[in-house]
Design a protein around this ligand. Structure first.
Ligand code: ADP
Ligand code: MG
Length: 727
């Protein structure tokens, strides 16, 4: 039977290799193997890797034998052979006990794979796996200028993969008999893309670096196009859903909100507001992402949209990521609406509505009451946490869903809430983490995007500095002194720590380490709120009114403490990242982040957004033991130096991507994306998006492109969600 892409590897490879590939590299079919691309390419004589391999890395290197030295062992029987190999200027020692590799001679070339160890300060491989380039069978392969180095595993070495791929080459000298190109000729021609068969041959067996580049460009197109087709299909399906128009009505809640606002809207708020107002007025449900710098005033934009929907007879739900934030929203909205937000109460306005809070921590009776208000439509505006998503929460007429701080919610949760409308409601997603264009086109590719770039005028801004504890321990005292000065001047402060501390013991994980590089080593545990608070009370902040806030407190307790802080009854709040999102206390002007290196870039940016809320300039101090010159130290320095959220989002993506690449390197990821880089392939992604949109806009959609349709279906069943979440 002819080999196809679906043929199991066990039918074309030896049992040991096939099993190793399946179990260790997650490669099961011919398709999997052909999509298992080399991680890089080695060239003989070129200094590549030896210079920078790290102890503990599992690596494959191409190198030449420089010296071989065999001697009897001192304390045991047998011999010890030391072989020095080099690749240009890098050198490494290989150690063998009782070795009998006759072909391991000076000047021989070979590939060596193993885990890098260290002996007396020298890097070495003990008993590496090796493949010497002397066999007649594959001499022609070794003569190639570029030797592919594959993500390999314990039992499946890079050269076994190389050989296995070679086995699949057909009579025509390529993969032409094996693969059918899913990308239509016309698109290939338009973008100058290789055929799939040619690209696969070149990525696995290139002659020049240009071969690799052209091949990977084409293969990235596969990934981008299929992802964009998936997203375009979603957008299209959403656009075809029948929604309900919620036109703007004069003299209602929205006008009341506008009249009550204590400030003038910024130009951006006004423009985005108009955009939303127009879209709510259509019977196609809105799907919009509102991204805006921390403090750009997204809440009021959302509130105005909610008011419009209430005026049109519908209900609006605001989904917040934390109870603290949900409570704050309710407080703010009620205050703004005054009597109009208390319909049904003694002093309420008859033509107003109710603003209802629905969170998991409400007492049973209160929860029942809240649900009833939601179900019978008395509650025009419903604010809540995950509890809103639960079964048993039914809306009378859900017209608009607003999701605040989207990065805390997955697509499924957004969909769960959407499903609570009898007809699909309008959806507005808000995020303060600015999204690079490529991410917007991929992860959020099913949403239209509005951006608030401008901060309300009269903001003092935040200045940030790193306090490098290792190099400049004295600076911490000055940090506390600065904090005391601000408090003396009537301002307030946050001190943020990565951990809660105290009784929890080993369970006391960081509350949230979004995007922070994993703690991979034997560093001391991160600083904890409870310890730091005690230390500050007893020492540098003695005499100030200090309180703590963290996720282990009961929701009422959290809410009460937050309220006390907002009311100015507390000077310093020592907290975990519960203060990260959205918390709004304009009088707070200083933030000291302890162990700042334990937080991700975007997270730090979010955190310091808490102290740039009023007219008074904010100060953010990033305390860390990381050395200034280390990559971590530099990451912190960039956060301190930049206030542009977009730039930081990019930096965040870079650091995360590195982590992902390292994590996935050995495992042969099954997600659709292997080569595509959100950072580097912006143009390609944009072009693929345009093609995908155009294709789906035609009458026949993918009907004439069964290959593409099949790939899209495959991605859907594979781990698309997984990929989308990871990024
Ligand atoms: P974010 O976009 O980070 O969610 P918020 O909506 O919480 O920001 O707004 C931050 C602060 O700015 C709030 O105190 C809000 O009342 C205030 N604010 C919003 N819009 C304006 C404006 N146009 N002028 C002045 N202050 C504003
Ligand atoms: Mg907000």
């Amino acid at each position: 039977m002819a080999v196809t892409l679906e043929t199991p590897l066990s039918r074309v490879l030896g049992p040991k290799t096939a099993t190793g590939m399946a179990e260790q590299l997650d490669l099961h079919t011919v398709r999997d193997l052909l999509r298992h691309y080399p991680r890089r390419y080695a060239r003989r004589g070129e200094q590549t890797d030896l210079a920078d391999v790290q102890v503990g890395d599992r690596v494959t290197v191409l190198a030449q034998v420089r010296s071989v030295n065999t001697r009897p062992m001192r304390n045991r029987k047998g011999t010890l052979t030391e072989v020095v190999v080099g690749d240009g200027s890098g050198r490494m020692k290989l150690v063998f006990f009782n070795h009998r590799h006759a072909s391991l001679r000076v000047n021989a070339w070979g590939m060596f794979a193993g885990t890098v160890g260290e002996y007396r300060g020298e890097k070495q491989f003990a008993h590496p796996d090796m493949h010497l380039l002397d066999g007649a069978d594959d001499d022609t392969d070794w003569a190639r200028a570029l030797v592919p180095i594959y993500p390999a595993s314990k039992d499946v070495s890079s050269w076994v993969i190389q050989k296995s791929v070679k086995l699949l080459i057909g009579a025509g000298g390529g993969f032409g008999d094996l693969v059918v190109d899913p990308i239509p000729e016309e698109i290939r021609a338009r973008h100058g893309l290789l055929s799939l068969a040619a690209a696969l041959l070149d990525i696995h067996r290139p002659t020049t670096v240009e071969d690799v580049e052209r091949a990977s460009h084409r293969l990235k197109w596969d990934e981008a196009l299929i992802l964009q087709l998936t997203l375009a299909a979603r957008r299209r399906a959403a656009a075809l859903e029948p929604g309900i128009a919620r036109p703007r009505r004069a003299g209602g809640l929205l006008d009341a909100v506008d009249a009550a606002l204590p400030f003038a809207l910024t130009e951006g708020q006004r423009a985005v507001g108009d955009e939303l107002a127009a879209e709510l007025d259509r019977d196609q449900p809105m799907h919009r992402l509102l991204q805006g710098e921390v403090g750009s005033g997204k809440t009021v934009v959302a509130l105005r949209a909610m008011a419009q929907v209430v005026d049109a007879g519908g209900q609006a739900a605001l989904l917040a990521p934390t109870e603290v934030l949900a409570a704050q929203h309710v407080r703010g909205i009620r205050q703004l609406l005054g009597p109009l937000g208390r319909a049904g109460e003694l002093d309420g306005a008859a033509d107003g509505t109710r603003v209802t809070l629905l969170t998991g921590s409400l007492k049973a009776a209160a929860k029942r009451e809240a649900r009833a208000e939601v179900a019978d439509g008395r509650a025009g505006i419903v604010v809540g946490t995950h509890a809103l998503l639960q079964e048993g929460v039914d809306f009378a007429d859900l017209g608009l869903v607003v999701v605040d701080e989207q990065h805390r919610f997955g697509v499924e949760q957004r969909d769960a809430l959407r499903a609570k409308g009898s007809r699909p409601p309008h959806v507005l997603v808000m995020t303060a983490t600015p999204i690079p264009r490529t991410v917007a086109m991929t992860v959020y590719g099913d949403l239209e995007i509005s951006t608030l770039r401008q901060l309300p005028s009269g903001r003092g801004g935040v200045s940030s500095s790193v306090v490098p504890m290792t190099e400049k321990p004295g600076w911490l005292d000055r940090a506390w002194a600065r904090l005391r000065e601000e408090v003396a001047a009537g301002q307030q402060a946050y001190v943020v720590c990565p951990r809660i501390g105290d009784l929890a013991g080993p369970d006391d994980e960081p509350e949230d380490a979004d995007g922070a590089p994993a703690g991979d080593d034997d560093r001391r545990p991160p600083l904890a709120v409870l310890d730091v608070a005690e230390m500050l009370r007893a020492g540098p902040l003695h005499g100030l009114r200090l309180d703590v806030l963290h996720g282990r407190l009961s929701p009422e307790d959290k809410e009460a403490r937050m309220r006390a802080f907002a009311a100015g009854e507390v000077d310093v709040l020592v907290a975990t990242t519960v203060v990260e999102v959205g918390v709004d206390v304009p009088n707070a002007t200083v933030m000291v982040v302890m162990d700042a290196d334990r937080f991700g870039v975007s997270q730090l940016h979010q955190l310091r957004g808490r102290v740039a809320r009023g007219a008074h300039p904010g100060l953010c101090l990033l305390v860390s033991e990381a050395r200034e010159a280390s990559s971590t130290g530099q990451r912190l320095a960039s956060v301190a130096a930049t206030s542009d959220g977009f730039e930081l989002a990019r930096l965040d993506l870079e650091t995360r991507r590195e982590g992902d690449v390292l994590g996935a390197a050995q495992s042969g990821s099954r997600s659709g994306v292997r080569l595509l880089s959100l950072l580097e392939d912006e143009e390609l992604i944009a072009a693929a998006r345009a093609e995908a949109t155009a294709m789906l806009e035609t009458e026949r959609g993918l009907a004439d492109h069964p290959g593409l349709a099949a790939e899209v279906a495959r991605l859907a069943t594979d781990e698309r969600a997984d990929y989308l979440e990871k990024t």
